[in-house]
Every structure is written in structure tokens, then in C-alpha cells.
Ligand binder design. Structure first.
Ligand code: NAD
Length: 699
């Protein structure tokens, strides 16, 4: 592996080109900072150097701090060697240097990389360079002056938007802006073609020397900050929004404190506070969790005996989706948005039309939420064709079956598609529970059969659980992983068992909630506590959304597979008997009204009482007394226990794959992923009623 280096080349024009090199993204490792200090010292000393152009090697400026350093800090607890301390020195050398620096940006300038550029005296960029400060996604704040310089360069509202934007580990959400947008905002001084970048940057640096261009030290610039009352009002609103959108996360409020300090008391005060706050934040569980989640997600792309045996992914040009219901239409949407041609098959023209309309609705919804350009939407919609038979299946590369959860129906479909499709075609099912060996039982193509388990809504949720059987070929797994990445999902390869990895690990989630309810705990208290913990939907609201029919059917499937640890709650069948089916028919645990948050429905309480009487498990007939923390633990520890079993059985390649799958499939709060990561060997014995097993692992 090549060592990180910083090189300097001085031209006849007196401009020194200082280049950062650390493939693949020129991450700012500690040796890079030493190199920068060294070369800057030399450039400032040398009489033949008039100005500096700072750039990155191989078409990229810099992807920012080396995140391995964060990981090392979390592991060792040693914060003495933080990159932030070293980068601050480098940044000050640039900004306060007696010779001007122009940052020549291309590819990406993110995090610490952008902070180096912000401290430069001008920024020239190649087209489509990605610019951003995503530090908050790792539980910290920009640590090298970014909190101070960005608002000064582009104004406070836009800077807040860039730094505090909702984070997500979904690759479909971008926290960065392009150099063209940066130019409009004043972050970039000029956008020039890539092959002219160095020439234009050199000239700009010479122009600064000749006073034809301004020599701007952004920390001292206040033109764009606005008046103090304006600043105070903007920060107040941002605080309120952050409180709502990022509850449990300290870094957003901390970032606002630091920005405010710098605006009110001056940039240097802001920098000092930034440095203190950065050090406090890096040691938090939030940062540990977010960094762990980052590395966990990255690890999912390595699957032993699949991605390391020299196979090349085949091109998947055309996919048939069978079933245009909720899932099929979402899956088809994801495919066409990534330029993959789709044949959508339904049982009759009415359902087919419904499916096509649902796809149109999904795509147009993205346009109205400004997530997709109108022309791209229209182009995508031309990529789908409806059909009622298999005649168009003769040249498809993959089929994804998404019909109702019915074994004989799926078996018949797989036998049919085996005949209708070419021999290389991948035969995938979106089943959530059925054993794939059973689905493919009536075919001779077991090596081509695989689970492509999307989560609802399929065009939005980022996880693609890829379920392999013992017979699925490595090539087929690799091909589906590649398609998953093309359609901007995160593929996680798992083994074949009831519920696969995510639904299996989370089946105790609602089970323990029902157990607590029958022990006398208020259901709305349970949901509220779980939502405070950070999951978007508490267990009861989740059942409302899924519909009670689905809940009964899946509970039964888990009961058959895991009878020793299934709590049979009489409540959901009772609710169905009373004509309630959750959000679907507007009769759930909650009242759903358009435009307002779901409200607890008091009319469900007598049914709950009846259910409690039926099984009568309250000790002494009285509700148990439990603390809020105990409730959260009683809901989530059984999930961790089940996750341990999933890991034990080899359903996932590595424990952290389950963390990624839970974060992306269940929206488990990623900032809690260290506290709930099951690596440790502490013995833990919190099982459901009927289970007295002790499982190793937990928090
Ligand atoms: P759905 O009822 O919304 O849609 C099923 C569609 O399949 C219907 O439109 C139906 O007309 C069509 N269909 C039935 N037989 C067909 C055939 N022979 N040829 C073509 N079309 C046929 O169901 P859904 O919620 O989209 O679920 C589909 C699959 O996805 C199920 O296996 C389910 O377990 C799985 N799944 C569902 C979810 C979820 O949240 N709903 C999540 C993950 C996986």
C-alpha cells in the first residue's frame, strides 16, 4: 500500500503546487498534516515561491479526516493525537500565511478537506466537485474552523443547512453540494474545466499577489453574517428544529452553540470553543455508535467466497417484477429510477393499471418533494412496460417475484418462470418469511434462486436483504449485490431462516410489548418510551401500520418456527374480531387524521382490558410496577438476544451486518449502535416467557 504523502513542486511562475496524496480519497491521515506543515514551512521560507496552490492527487481534493483515527480514539480513549489538533495547525498556517493559497478542488472536498479549502484565500473547482461538512453524521462537529468559516463565506442560513442537514446512512440522501451550487453560494470563486484547473488556480494565486483579486481570510470576513438580531433569530429557530428532528443527539445543539459563540464574540473565540466541543463530542457514545455504524455498513460489501474469488458481476439490463402491489410497484420504481428496464406482470388489467399508477405516483412524488428532476422522472417512466403473461420474459436477466405471501402460488410462479426465462436469469423472491428452498422446490434451478427482500416503501427504504440458500451460486449473489448498489440500496447478504435476519431479530419486539401490556403496562407509555429511545414507531404503532391481518399471519409463522419463545397474545385477533385493522381501516390503537400526528384512541382500551382478562397473567391481578428504563430494556433486550441467536446460527457473516440491517431495515437509531451492538461476551438472560435460555452477548 502506498504511504500518504504531501509533495511540493515550484513552477517558474513562482507558484508552489502542494499535493495531498493518500489513495483512494486522499483522506487526511496524521502524516498528511505533518507533510502539510513541512511543505508550508518550506513554501513560506523560499524566496522563489510567491503563492501556493493546494490540491489533491488523482482527481480528488480530499475526502476529509481519516475515520480510522476516530475509531482508534474510541477504542483506546486516547484523544491526545486527534486529527483536529493537527489540522488546526495546518489550517492556521494556510490562512495566516504571508503568501496566498488557492485551493484547486476536484472530485470531492469533504469534512477536513473542505476545511482546508475554507482556510485558503480562494477556491477554484472543477465541475461537479462534491463539497460538504458531514462531521455531524459521525457525532462530532467540524473541528478545524468549518463552523466559523462556512457561515462567513456563504451566510448563516445556508451554512446551517449544509452542516445540520438530516443525516441518513442511505446513499440516496446527499449531504453535499456541487461546485456549481458552491459557486452560486459564494463558496467557490470559479468553476473551470478539469484540465484547466491547475492553470486557472495558479493564475488566480498570482492575481491575488498582484491585487487583481482579493486576498480573503474568511475568518475575518463578516459581510455575509447579517445583523446580530437576525443571527440570534436564525439560531433560535435552528435550535428548535434540531430539538425536534435530532432528539437524543448532542452534536446539533453543540454545533449551534459554537457557531453562535463565533458570531457574537468573534471567529477566534469560536475556533477555541469549536476545539473544546469537538474533543468532548468525540468521546460520546453517540459518536462511537455513528462511527461503528459507518464501518459496519462499509463491511457489508465484503462477503467471503462471493466478493473475494475473482468473479465479475454480470450486467443486468432488464428485470421482470411479478406483482404490482405495494412492494412490486416500489421495487419497480427503484429499478426504473436507475435506468433498469422493467416488465411488470399482474393478474389482470385492472391490477396492472393500479400497479403502473402506483409507480407513477412514487416517481411524481419524488418530483414534488424536489428529489428528482421532472425530465428524469418522465424518462424513468418510459422504462416500465406492463404485461399479463410471460411472453416478454424471454430476454430478462432477473425476475423479482412480489406476489402475496402464499406458498403454492409462489411455487407455481417459480416453476413457470423457470420455463419462460433464459437459463442465465436470476430468480428472486421478495418473500418476507417463506423458506426459499420451499419456494424453489418445484424447479431444477436452485442455484439461481435467491431472496431479494426489500423493506416497505421499497423505493425509499435503503436496505436490501439478500437471502441466499445453501445452493444459491456465488455469481447470483454477486449480481444481486451489484443491482442493489446500482439502485442505491445497501445490500446485506444473509442466510435462509424464518424471517431472515431483520424480521427474525425483531420478532420479539412486538412480542415483549404484548407481554408487558398483559402485565398491566399502558400501551401508549410503551410506544412513547420506544419513540423517545429513537425508533420511529413504537411496537403498537408499527402493528397499526402493518395491518393486523399481517401481524396475525407473521406471528403464526414465528410461533411454528420458535414455539419455545413465542408469546401468544390474544389481543390482535380480538381487535380484528371487533372490526379493527389498524391504520388501513382507520381503526387502530391510534386515531389517524390527515395532517396531524396519530393520537391514542381511548376506544381501544376496553378491548385491551378484555384481552388482559382472557389470559390473566398479572401477578396478584395487579399491574406490575416497572421503570421507564426497564420497559425499554424489556422490549429491546429480547431483540438483542434473538440477534445473538441469528449470529450464532451463521445467518449473518458478521455481527455488525445485523447492526447495519437493523439500522437500515428497522430504522434502529444508529447512534445507539454501540450500546446495542452484540459483540461482548457478557452473559445475559433476559428472555421472553417460556424461554429460560441464557445467551451470551449483549450490551
Ligand atoms: P400486495 O397484496 O400489495 O401485492 C401483491 C400483488 O401481487 C397484487 O397486486 C396481486 O394482484 C399480485 N399477484 C398475485 N398473483 C399474481 C400472479 N400470479 N402474477 C402477477 N401478479 C400477481 O402484497 P405486498 O405487500 O406487495 O407483498 C408482496 C410480497 O412482498 C409478499 O411476499 C410479502 O411477504 C413481501 N413483503 C411485503 C412487505 C410489506 O411491508 N408489505 C415487506 C417486505 C416483503
Amino acid at each position: 500500500m502506498r504511504q500518504p504523502t504531501v509533495t511540493m513542486e515550484v513552477g517558474h511562475d513562482g507558484v508552489a503546487i502542494i499535493t495531498i496524496s493518500n489513495p483512494p480519497v486522499n483522506a487526511l491521515a496524521l502524516t498528511i498534516f505533518d507533510g502539510l506543515k513541512d511543505k508550508y514551512g518550506e513554501a513560506m521560507r523560499r524566496d522563489d515561491v510567491k503563492a501556493v496552490v493546494l490540491t489533491g492527487d488523482a482527481g480528488k481534493f480530499s475526502g476529509g479526516f481519516d475515520i480510522n483515527v476516530f475509531e482508534r480514539v474510541h477504542r483506546t480513549g486516547d484523544i491526545s493525537n486527534l486529527p483536529e489538533t493537527s489540522i488546526s495547525v495546518a489550517v492556521n498556517l494556510i490562512e495566516d500565511g504571508k503568501k496566498p493559497t488557492v485551493a484547486a478542488l476536484q472530485g470531492l472536498a469533504l469534512g477536513g478537506g473542505l476545511e482546508l479549502a475554507l482556510a485558503s484565500h480562494a477556491r477554484i473547482a472543477a465541475p461537479n466537485t462534491l463539497l460538504g461538512l458531514p462531521e455531524l453524521t459521525l457525532g462530532v462537529i467540524p473541528g478545524s474552523g468549518g463552523t466559523q468559516r462556512l457561515p462567513r463565506l456563504i451566510g448563516l442560513p445556508k451554512a446551517l443547512e449544509l452542516m445540520l442537514l438530516p443525516y441518513s446512512f442511505s446513499p440516496s440522501f446527499s449531504k453535499s453540494i456541487t461546485s456549481e451550487e458552491g459557486k452560486d453560494l459564494g463558496l467557490v470563486d470559479a468553476v473551470v474545466p478539469s484540465d484547466e484547473l491547475l492553470k486557472a488556480s495558479r493564475q488566480w494565486a498570482l492575481d491575488i499577489i498582484e491585487r487583481r483579486k482579493p486576498w480573503i481570510r474568511s475568518l475575518h470576513w463578516i459581510d455575509k453574517l447579517g445583523s446580530l438580531p437576525e443571527v440570534v433569530a436564525i439560531i433560535k429557530t435552528a435550535r428548535q428544529q434540531a430539538k425536534q428532528s435530532f432528539k437524543n443527539l448532542p452534536q446539533h445543539q453543540a454545533c449551534l452553540d459554537v457557531i453562535e459563540e463565533g458570531i457574537i464574540h468573534g471567529g477566534y473565540h469560536g475556533i477555541l470553543k469549536e476545539s473544546r466541543v469537538f474533543k468532548d463530542l468525540i468521546s460520546t457514545d453517540t459518536s462511537k455508535g455513528l462511527v461503528h455504524a459507518f464501518f459496519s455498513q462499509r463491511a457489508t460489501s465484503k462477503v467471503p467466497n462471493v466478493t473475494d474469488i475473482g468473479l465479475k458481476p454480470r450486467k443486468i439490463m432488464k428485470v421482470a417484477v411479478i406483482g404490482g402491489g405495494l412492494m412490486g410497484s416500489g421495487i419497480a420504481t427503484s429499478l426504473i429510477l436507475s435506468d433498469i428496464y422493467v416488465i411488470l406482470k399482474e393478474i389482470n388489467s385492472e391490477y396492472l393499471l393500479k400497479g403502473i399508477k402506483a409507480i407513477e405516483g412514487n416517481v411524481r412524488g419524488l418530483v414534488s418533494r424536489k428529489k428528482l428532476a421532472k425530465d428524469k422522472a418522465e424518462k424513468a417512466l418510459l422504462m416500465v412496460k406492463g404485461t399479463l403473461d410471460y411472453s416478454d420474459f424471454k430476454d430478462v436477466d432477473m425476475v423479482i417475484e412480489a406476489v402475496v405471501e402464499n406458498i403454492p402460488l409462489k411455487q407455481k410462479i417459480f416453476a413457470d418462470i423457470e420455463k419462460a426465462c433464459p437459463p442465465h436469469c436470476i430468480l428472486a423472491s421478495n418473500t418476507s418469511t417463506i423458506d426459499l428452498n420451499i419456494i424453489g422446490e418445484k424447479t431444477k434451478s436452485q442455484d439461481r434462486i435467491i431472496g431479494a427482500h426489500f423493506f416497505s416503501p421499497a423505493h425509499v427504504m435503503p436496505l436490501l436483504e439478500i437471502v441466499r440458500t445453501e445452493k444459491t451460486s456465488a455469481q447470483v449473489i454477486l449480481d444481486l449485490m451489484t443491482v442493489g448498489k446500482i439502485i442505491k440500496k445497501v445490500p446485506v447478504v444473509v442466510g435462509n431462516c424464518t424471517g431472515f435476519a431483520v424480521n427474525r431479530a425483531f420478532f420479539p419486539y412486538s412480542q415483549s410489548a404484548h407481554l408487558l401490556l398483559h402485565l398491566g403496562v399502558d400501551i401508549f407509555r410503551i410506544d412513547q418510551l420506544i419513540s423517545n429511545f429513537g425508533l420511529p414507531l413504537g411496537p403498537f404503532q408499527l402493528q397499526d401500520v402493518a395491518g393486523y391481518g399481517v401481524v396475525v399471519a407473521t406471528t403464526e409463522i414465528f410461533r411454528v418456527s420458535f414455539p419455545d419463545r413465542t408469546f401468544q397474545s390474544p389481543l390482535v385477533p380480538l381487535l380484528l374480531k371487533n372490526g379493527r385493522n389498524g391504520k388501513n381501516n382507520g381503526k387502530g390503537y391510534y386515531i389517524y387524521e390527515k395532517g396531524s400526528k396519530p393520537k391514542p384512541d381511548p376506544s381501544v382500551l376496553p378491548i385491551i382490558e378484555e384481552s388482559r382478562r382472557t389470559i390473566n397473567i398479572m401477578p396478584g391481578g395487579k399491574p406490575i410496577s416497572v421503570t421507564d428504563d426497564e420497559i425499554v430494556q424489556m422490549i429491546l433486550f429480547p431483540v438483542v438476544n434473538e440477534a445473538c441467536r441469528v449470529f450464532d446460527e451463521g445467518v449473518v457473516v458478521r455481527a455488525s451486518d445485523l447492526d447495519t440491517a437493523s439500522i437500515l431495515g428497522m430504522s434502529f437509531p444508529s447512534y445507539r449502535s454501540v450500546a446495542y451492538h452484540f459483540h461482548s461476551s457478557i452473559q445475559f438472560s433476559f428472555g421472553l416467557v417460556g424461554s429460560n435460555e441464557t445467551k451470551s452477548l449483549v450490551i
